[in-house]
Design a binder for this molecule. Structure first.
Ligand code: ADP
Ligand code: ZN
Length: 709
């Protein structure tokens, strides 16, 4: 039933501009075009879309894509059209005229993909319509919605089993980012799939860096983080609606373009905020976890958790919204034991049916935050995936920790806390432990306490680091309601009387708050071009009425800024530049890069290709060969060789006219004969010049040779 002899990778290059498939994509595509029902589990950003879009291009009829979110459909179709793939969506927001128009396009075979909502799909009229067209494939996106085990169950999805009843011969592909086995089984069964091929991709998102920071002075730390990432999009997840609003206000005060988002806002404000974020009009969103579901924005460069999430599933899903385009993205979790205590109190108060389960999940999350081993190994092991070696892209890997047995330290601290009646705050406690004769110590009579001076051997900042760690793991607690006095935490009894061993990290190795950082000069220049391209992208996206990342992803812009292509062919080599986008946007981007490179060349540095571009500039102004050579203080032959290279790179340069000016047809034929005889060893015309004993000049030879080869 396949209509094409072309390999899947040809479609990938032509329509998406990518050279290689990611793991499993090609196998999935082959499974589908082979007519087999297929189930795909891939993390967010893993690249599920091409798994059904390329089969749609390869198969003869139309692919019907079932997708739960109408808002998303529009952007997905917009992205397909910009890639030159004929697609449309069909839903209740359209007029009957628009719908008829789309039906017409389906019937005449003009469309390859049709996106519908499950509600629309399951109407009798739609089924009747489907029977009149050739459906080659059903693709069920966000397929976990079909399972009541999943976290996003949608009743409409359960009726999708009728697809198999009504169209038993049409293969189905179901795709989801939800991994657990129960949901997986449920999906294939409820869709009535027959012996599906199941593909489970790795959930390791290597481009996401992982970092845990102490939950103190968070706003100051966030400001420093954001200063290191100007103009990038990101999400800050907060626990409460109120903190979303206040954090966003504080960031605005400090000059950042931030907005907030939570379920308590009215729907219009909410969708306006979401839209502004999608379109890069607002860069920073302070949100509750209500934000992000079904958001397809690929250039979210960072996700910060202001508070610790309740469990690892939620956490992984939230950080998963960063870096979907595959470019590096940063994730930061602020961790303080106070958050754990808040959740525990909430759970113990509400006593949900699965209290134990929720507490256990909370504990796993806390273990992640406390870990002194590779964080990615912890995350992946939670999802039953093994990562044999430490990842190298988390704070622990980058900054390995040495742990010490801190049990005695913990006992000393607890003893001092108890003997002072759980009334002293951290600094005073350290003074007592270190045997200081400060005013506060003497006034309180704390020099009489038995543990006074028991911790003399450690410096003040060492004690502070150890105490913070003990607070973070729950050995000690801060009494926020009692002047920040330290008191026994939930692990205190076990440490004092139960032989519980406590590992602490040496203070120099413990996670440190974010410090200000300056960029290197190379980083700054690379970022400069990226910035200009980003602005251009936004402008073009607004003209096309699509989000910026739909024009080109950040990865593509980064690749452009690195390669600095100045010819259409070179631009084609940039990952993510397919034929259609080259046509639509190539000129503008080449112009921007050319201007940048030229500006640099004039300022004295000489990036690759800049000398040719200076020549091109003069040539386009209508100057003659000799004039250009004089202006540039180069030989006419060098100018010719620039022009030949530019023409080969895809620039529209009229070499034939130039040829007519430089040689007669007989002379040209003569030189070509010479070329065929002696050639151009090492690309140099010297041998040819000698062969003709100076009858032709180097410019003539270079031009004929350039066109000839
Ligand atoms: P998902 O639906 O699984 O979240 P997408 O299909 O949106 O992921 O793909 C995520 C990003 O990865 C998109 O920007 C997409 O263009 C890109 N991508 C997909 N396949 C490849 C590939 N083979 N090479 C490079 N980038 C790819
Ligand atoms: Zn690691």
């Amino acid at each position: 039933m396949i209509v094409t002899e072309q390999a899947p990778v040809d479609f990938l290059k032509r329509y998406y501009g990518y050279d290689r498939f990611r793991p499993m994509q090609e196998d999935i595509i082959r499974s589908i075009v082979g007519g087999r029902d297929t189930l795909v589990l891939m993390p967010t950003g893993g690249g599920k879309s091409v798994c059904f879009q390329i089969p749609a291009l390869m198969l003869p009829g139309i692919t019907v894509v079932v997708s739960p979110l109408i808002a998303l459909m529009k952007d997905q179709v917009g992205a397909l059209l910009l890639n030159g793939i004929p697609a449309a969506f069909y839903n209740s927001t359209q007029s009957s005229r628009e719908q008829r128009d789309i039906e017409e396009q389906c019937l005449t075979g003009k469309l390859k993909l049709l996106y519908v909502s499950p509600e629309k799909l399951l109407t009798e009229s739609f089924f009747q319509f489907l029977r009149r067209v050739t459906v080659s494939l059903f693709a069920i996106d966000e397929a976990h919605c079909i399972s009541s085990w999943g976290h996003d169950f949608r009743p409409e999805y359960t009726r999708l089993n009728v697809l198999k009843e009504q169209f038993p011969d049409v293969p189905t592909i179901a795709l989801t980012a939800t991994a657990d086995k129960l949901t997986r089984h449920d999906i294939s069964q409820r869709l009535g799939m027959t012996d599906p091929a199941v593909f489970v991709a790795s959930f390791n998102r290597t481009n996401l860096s992982l970092q845990v920071l102490p939950g103190q002075n968070r706003i100051q730390q966030i400001v420093r983080l954001l200063q290191q990432k100007p103009n990038t999009s990101g999400i800050i997840y907060c626990l409460s609606r109120k903190s979303c609003e206040s954090l966003s206000a504080k960031l605005q005060e400090k000059g950042f373009g931030a907005a907030f988002y939570h379920a308590g806002m009215d729907p219009t404000d909410r969708s306006r905020t979401q839209d502004a974020f999608l379109r890069d009009d607002v860069k920073i969103i302070c949100a509750t976890i209500a934000f992000g579901m079904g958001i397809d924005k690929s250039n979210v460069r960072w996700v910060i958790h202001y508070n610790m999430p309740k469990n690892i599933e939620g956490f992984y899903q939230e950080i998963g919204r960063a870096g979907r385009d595959g470019a590096a993205a940063q994730t930061v979790l602020f961790y303080s034991f106070a958050d754990v205590a808040t959740y525990k109190d909430m759970l113990n108060e509400n006593r949900p049916a699965n209290l134990d389960l929720q507490l256990a999940k909370l504990e796993r999350m806390q273990q992640y935050a406390d870990a002194h081993t590779c964080r990615r190994q912890i995350l992946l092991s939670y999802f039953s995936e093994e990562l044999p070696d430490p990842c190298g892209n988390c704070d622990v890997c980058r900054d390995p920790r040495i742990t010490i047995d801190g049990t005695v330290l913990a006992k000393k601290a607890l003893s001092a806390i108890i003997r002072t009646g759980e009334r002293v705050p951290i600094n005073l406690l350290i003074d007592i432990l270190r045997g200081s004769r400060s005013q506060a110590v003497m006034q309180g009579g704390y020099d009489q306490v038995k543990t006074y001076g028991a911790g003399r051997d450690l410096r003040f900042d060492e004690w502070r680091s150890y105490l913070h760690q003990l607070i973070n793991i729950g050995v000690i607690e801060i009494a926020y309601d009692n002047h920040y006095a330290l008191r026994r935490g939930i692990l205190a009894e076990q440490v004092l009387y139960g032989n519980r061993k406590i590992d602490l990290v040496r203070p120099d190795d413990a996670p440190k708050p974010v410090v200000e950082k300056t960029r290197t000069k190379t980083e700054a220049t690379r970022d400069e071009l990226f910035e200009q391209l980003r602005v251009l992208r936004k402008q073009l996206a607004d003209e096309q009425n699509v989000p910026a990342y739909v024009v080109f992803t950040d990865t593509t812009l980064e690749d452009m800024a690195r390669q600095k292509p100045t010819t259409p062919d070179a631009l084609r080599n940039v990952s993510g530049v397919g034929e259609r986008k080259l046509q639509l946007f190539g000129k503008q981007f080449l112009e921007a890069i050319t201007n940048y490179v030229r500006g640099k060349a004039e300022a004295g540095s000489k990036p690759k290709g800049s000398t040719q571009l200076l020549t091109l500039d003069l040539f386009n102004r209508g100057m003659s060969l000799d004039e250009i050579a004089a202006e540039r203080q180069l030989t006419p032959a060098s100018i010719i060789s620039h022009l030949v290279q530019l023409a080969k790179g895809g620039y529209d340069i009229d070499l034939e006219t130039l040829m007519n000016e430089l040689v007669t047809p007989t002379e040209r034929a003569d030189i070509e004969r010479g070329l065929a005889t002696v050639g151009m060893p090492d690309g140099r015309a010297k041998v040819l010049f000698d062969y003709f004993a100076g009858k032709y000049n180097y410019a003539q030879l270079a031009l004929v040779a350039g066109v000839f080869s």
